[in-house]
Design a protein. Structure first.
Length: 133
């Protein structure tokens, strides 16, 4: 849970983070699968906890389920950003946009798109951790 981000993410250096992702691609993909599987298991666990806590306080049990249901799509969206970033880094993006600039300009735009995706992901992770979701 904490090992994979510590090996890949670097603070304030998106280029190094991108290089770490490419050099540790299997670890990065394993982290994506881990997050998706653990989120799916978490949904089933919360449903079991709901049945258990419903007898104690039904309102609190419903609140538990509601907060988890809000969290799960956010995790899936963040992992979609991770998959998209990996595809862009490897040059496997399925959308090829023709740019009316010279080749060096295209490479600069492509690099900027990669870095923007990483920065967006970092912002979403920070926001979610800040709100305790």
């Amino acid at each position: 849970m904490f090992y994979i981000p510590s090996q890949i993410n670097t603070r304030d250096d998106a280029v190094t983070a991108a290089q770490n992702i490419l050099s540790n691609e299997f670890l990065f993909r394993t982290g994506i699968i881990n997050d998706l599987i653990s989120s799916t298991i978490w949904v089933f666990l919360v449903l079991i906890l709901y049945r258990l806590f419903k007898q104690v306080n039904e309102r609190q049990a419903k609140l538990l389920v509601a907060l988890v249901i809000v969290q799960i799509p956010t995790v899936f969206i963040m992992e979609a950003f991770n998959i998209t970033s990996l595809m862009i880094f490897k040059g496997d993006s399925c959308v090829q946009v023709p740019l009316p600039t010279p080749l060096s300009g295209r490479l600069a735009v492509h690099r900027q798109l990669r870095l923007t995706g990483l920065e967006l992901y970092e912002f979403i992770v920070t926001a979610i951790q800040g709100y305790g979701l």
